[in-house]
Ligand binder design. Structure first.
Ligand code: DCP
Ligand code: MG
Length: 410
């Protein structure tokens, strides 16, 4: 069935909100994240700061080196979440289904409302105009026949962009001679793998499908498909406010006997939960640990908190405490989740009391990184952004196994 899909993505989201609320910041290189003297990373930065090479996910010290004249600020998540709700209300007006990807980004299925491309164009421009008039921010809008093309279309003219990709043919023509890195699921590592094999452009990728699949497996098959413009994934409505829990689990290829190893995996799972919950501004007032032993018996243990959290450090700490209270037998699956989900501010106020200083949490996080680094002799933090990009826990574990000698054969 023919679809018309819009992908909308706010420009330099956190930074733009701060500039909107304090015009004296306008035109300055603004970096949102940790402060230069703290440990941590860049969440995002204004386009002025990008001119100096500052990027999301970069170590804050590196950002400071590139742009010492920048204004550095902590993020105000509560504010961004409130703005995100306003945006969502605008987006929902025009879509039969909307799929929020993060606070600032969504896919909208506008097939019905738009009727035709003329209608879709009108909706795309209306979203931009209303975002500016009502929320006083700019966004970039991509309109296309599928999700992948819509996402790339929104990137195409950033910031304050608008771009259409009506057909698979248009899409293929647009990307054919570009670097494979243009495909948004191709990160730095994957790009390098392809480049090393002489596959530089999307055209090369199309000409060597077997090689791509050999190199990348399932992801390779997906890329070959996308390089032909084939993507019929529907817009899947996601209502974060209805979520009961947010969790990740992993089944091991080999049984795990070593509980220290299990704790390290719990830290990765906790990071993944933090990431997923953070994307939707959710927090949980409890942590659950789930284990399946090699005899297939599953147990779960929970601990209710008197505040709401999505912090990996806290989730990890709670999960480890729960782990210490259970029977120590070989394990084939481990999972961790947060429950009693809230997106109310009440939890966050309590949270703030507990952790007056964000850097206190950053330090605790760093301590876990340092411990891992000592155990595995690696630059754990340096790989974190890459790990965050992994779509599935399976991939994450594979990555860890390869790069960090984690999960050795038992
Ligand atoms: N974010 C973050 N850490 C990252 C990436 C993003 O905390 N590694 C946060 C800050 C961003 C927001 O998510 O403002 C949206 O992410 P985007 O990737 O859409 O980046 P921006 O909206 O900031 O910039 P762009 O104009 O490139 O979309
Ligand atoms: Mg954005």
């Amino acid at each position: 069935m023919e679809q018309i899909i819009i992908h909308v993505d706010m420009d330099a989201f956190y930074a733009s909100v701060e500039i909107r609320d304090d015009p004296s910041l306008r035109g300055k290189p603004l970096v949102i994240g940790s402060l230069p003297h703290e440990r941590g990373v860049v969440a995002t930065c204004s386009y002025e700061a990008r001119k100096f090479g500052v990027r999301s996910g970069m170590n804050i010290k590196d950002a400071y080196r590139l742009c010492p004249q920048g204004v550095f600020m902590h993020p105000n998540f509560d504010k961004y979440k409130a703005v995100s709700e306003q945006l969502n209300a605008i987006w929902n007006t025009y879509a039969s289904a909307s799929q929020r990807i993060s606070l600032d980004e969504a896919y909208l299925d506008v097939t019905e409302q738009a009727v035709d491309w003329e209608g879709a164009r009108r909706i795309g421009h209306l979203i931009k105009q209303r975002t500016l008039d009502e929320v006083h921010l700019t966004c970039s809008v991509g309109v296309a026949y599928c999700k992948t093309a819509a996402k790339m279309a929104s990137e195409e003219k950033k910031p304050d962009g608008y771009f259409e990709i009506p057909t698979a043919e248009d899409f293929v023509n647009l990307i054919l001679d570009r670097d494979v890195a243009v495909l948004y699921t191709v990160g730095a590592q994957t790009a390098k793998k392809l480049h090393d094999a002489g596959i530089m452009t999307v055209r090369d990728l199309r000409q060597h499908p077997d090689e791509v699949v050999r190199l990348l497996g399932k992801h390779g098959r997906w890329l070959v498909q996308v390089a032909h413009g084939d993507d019929d994934r529907p817009v899947e409505p996601y209502r974060p406010e209805e979520a009961k829990s947010v969790g990740r689990e992993v089944t091991f290829q080999e049984n795990v006997y070593n509980y220290e190893l299990l704790k390290d995996v719990l830290f990765l799972l906790a990071l993944s939960v933090e990431r997923r919950a953070g994307r939707y501004g959710l927090r949980g007032k409890g942590v659950t640990l789930k284990l399946t032993y090699t005899n297939m018996r599953s147990i779960s243990r929970s601990h209710t908190l008197n505040y709401a959290t999505a912090s990996a450090v806290i989730i990890y700490r709670e999960a480890v405490a729960l782990l210490e209270g259970v029977k120590w037998d070989p394990v084939r699956l481990v999972g961790v989740s947060i429950y009693n989900i809230t997106d109310h501010d009440e939890g966050q106020i309590i949270m703030r009391d507990l952790f007056e200083d964000q850097s206190q949490q950053d330090n605790e996080r760093q301590r876990v990184f340092d411990a891992l680094q000592r155990r595995y002799g690696l630059d754990f933090a340096g790989h974190l952004e890459q790990i965050h990009r992994m779509e599935t826990m399976h991939k994450t574990i594979e990555y860890m196994r390869k790069h960090f000698r984690l999960l050795p054969a038992q």
